[in-house]
Design a protein around this ligand. Structure first.
Ligand code: TRP
Ligand code: SF4
Length: 558
């Protein structure tokens, strides 16, 4: 599994697996009080099959619109230690999941694993994330990305079967409740494949080219595995009902998340927007027109009794012409440009009354569904070709109605999936943790004694001599051993991570003893985990998962 088994069609295929635990990592946030030392900025690239190297996690925020996890942290009822320690550093729309969790509403978590080798401590992060969401009340899903492993990595079905078994055993051993949640392999899930087929009708090759660097040499099954992944991601909403869903992954998987968020929207029957008159407005224009409307409606004696104020487009144009958008925020540039287009629209509107409304566009609806929507809109409404305006619904009410009608008429009604991103672990030998360098990572199947030895042999952030270490303190932020404590060995025990960190940086802790302690904890963890794996054998056999696939195919490329 070490060499590049892909067929060269994979962009950036450099022979490394796209496992979640690769890549250099800035150290996790600690409570030890020092700022994270940021590494020099490299080119940011997120390539699911390439070398996921992230130089500076902060770049992912600006470059790709991933949001800092800090900002939703407070909304999470009882955050997992990976959240508390900044190992989970980014997210997309996780607030929706946190809110559902806090309000006891339905939500789900799903992630997938390519069975290209043994599961290791990097995968454990993701296993734990799924399991935690399950324990917090979510529907949990774990899947084996066997179609991807076969098509993008050239793994044979026999190899895949063996590895799949190992991933599932570890997931069960760590506490995944398979009675309550669902485990599946892509190749065996007909509903996922059907969903992928539907979603594929809304994606095209140019887009895959742009997102993944696919070209004329990319094999077709690899492309199919991508669309299968978008179906995986939406599957929890298909099983039962649309609901907030989190996908815990490494940031290299973000391109898949973004694509899926797009496709989830593209298959919707209706698009709901807010409008003020017959013409369309973009977000910035809408903000300005709303400002004009609010100012004029207040002045025209709208006493809040629900009746609309008598405001005309041309009045709003006049008001807006003299309006200076607030200069402070960074939106102001957009607003300045939007002002002139909004003015054009309002002037063209002339005497048309300006009235706030929600607008439902028919995007993909069947005729019956569109008729049913019109029927279902309560209060004053106006029907146009291709859209209907509703004057007495809030935006939220409109969204719910659109989803309800869609689902009643055989649509999916998907919500956009959310995601959380964890840092990649540093290799024990420094640099990237790589499946192809056994000493750099610890497999969940490693003999506990080997695990012990690997930790003992690990690179540290220690000084050259004990004397220097006492004087200057160690560099916990640069230390793979400290990372082991924070990501895994300390478990839920924040006191332990704090103690290791502060003792280290204060020079009270020397690397020999620190590694001994870590190595022992690692040995214990592996012993315990492997015992639980044995117990999980029975659980796994009871599940209806075919781990002895009789698929014919090519033997894989080596
Ligand atoms: N592409 C993922 C990987 O490389 C595996 C995967 C398949 C996945 N389907 C998924 C991950 C759905 C998250 C969600 O490991
Ligand atoms: Fe790393 Fe421990 Fe040494 Fe500090 S004392 S540098 S945490 S091994």
């Amino acid at each position: 599994m070490d060499e590049d088994t892909s067929e060269g069609a994979t962009p950036g295929g450099d022979g490394r697996e796209s496992d979640p635990a690769r890549g250099p990592s800035a150290p996790p946030r600690t409570d030890g009080g020092t700022e994270r030392a940021d590494e020099p900025t490299e080119d940011v690239a997120l390539d699911p099959w390439g070398s996921a190297s992230v130089g500076d996690y902060a770049d992912l925020f600006a470059e790709f619109g991933i949001e800092a996890f800090d900002e939703v942290d407070d909304d999470v009822p009882d955050p997992h230690y990976l959240m508390r320690r900044g190992v989970i550093f980014g997210h997309r729309e996780y607030d929706a999941v946190a809110e559902a969790m806090a309000n006891d509403e339905p939500f789900a978590a799903l992630s997938g694993f390519m069975p290209t080798g043994d599961p290791h401590i990097g995968h454990k992060l993701v296993f734990d994330e799924i399991i935690w969401h399950q324990q917090m009340g979510g529907d949990a899903f774990g899947l084996i990305a066997d179609l991807e492993a076969h098509s993008a990595r050239g793994m044979s079905w026999d190899e895949i079967d063996e590895h799949a078994r190992n991933y599932l055993l570890s997931l069960l051993a760590l506490g995944f409740d398979a009675e309550d949640g669902e485990l599946y392999r892509q190749s065996d899930n007909r509903a996922v494949q059907d969903l992928g087929f539907e979603l594929g009708s809304k994606a095209n090759f140019s887009e895959f080219e742009a997102i993944y660097g696919f070209d004329g040499e990319t094999n077709i099954s690899h492309m199919q595995s991508v669309i299968t992944q978008t179906a995986d991601i939406l599957y929890p909403q298909l099983v039962d009902e649309p609901k907030p869903t989190v996908i815990p992954v490494g940031p290299d998987q973000d391109p898949h998340v973004r694509l899926t968020r797009d496709l989830a929207t593209r298959v919707r029957y209706f698009k709901v927007t807010e409008a003020f008159a017959s013409f369309e407005l973009d977000d910035e224009e809408r903000q300005l027109v709303r400002a004009a409307y609010d100012a004029l409606a207040a002045g025209s004696g709208d006493d809040g009794d629900g009746s609309d104020a008598d405001v005309r487009c041309e009045d709003a144009a006049e008001w807006l012409a003299d309006y200076e958008p607030p200069e402070s925020d960074r939106e102001s540039v957009d607003l300045a440009a939007a002002k002139s287009t909004a003015l054009d629209k309002l002037r063209a509107g002339g005497k048309e009354p300006l009235r706030p409304r929600v607008r439902f566009f028919d995007r993909n609806a069947t005729d019956e569904a569109f008729e049913a929507l019109i029927e279902a809109v309560e209060g004053e409404k106006r029907v146009f070709e291709g859209h209907v305006d509703a004057f007495d619904l809030t935006r939220d009410e409109a969204e719910s109605l659109a989803r309800e009608v869609e689902i009643d008429h055989d649509g999916f009604g998907f919500r956009q999936p959310s995601s959380i991103y964890h840092r990649f672990m540093t290799g024990l030998t420094g640099g990237k943790m790589s499946s192809s360098v056994p000493a750099s990572h610890i497999s969940l199947l490693d003999d506990p004694e080997d695990g012990y030895d690997k930790v003992k042999a690990a690179t540290t952030g220690g000084r050259d001599t004990a004397e220097e270490q006492r004087e200057l303190g160690g560099e916990a932020d640069e230390c793979p051993v400290y990372e082991l404590y924070a990501y895994l060995l300390a478990g839920d025990d924040d006191e332990l991570t704090k103690e290791v960190y502060s003792e280290c940086v204060n020079g009270e802790r020397l690397c020999g003893g620190c590694k001994e302690q870590a190595a022992e904890l690692m040995r214990e963890f592996l012993e315990d985990h492997q015992e639980k794996r044995e117990e999980a054998e029975e659980l796994l056999d009871d599940l209806d998962i075919d781990l002895d696939s009789d698929r014919r195919g090519t033997g894989g490329e080596h």
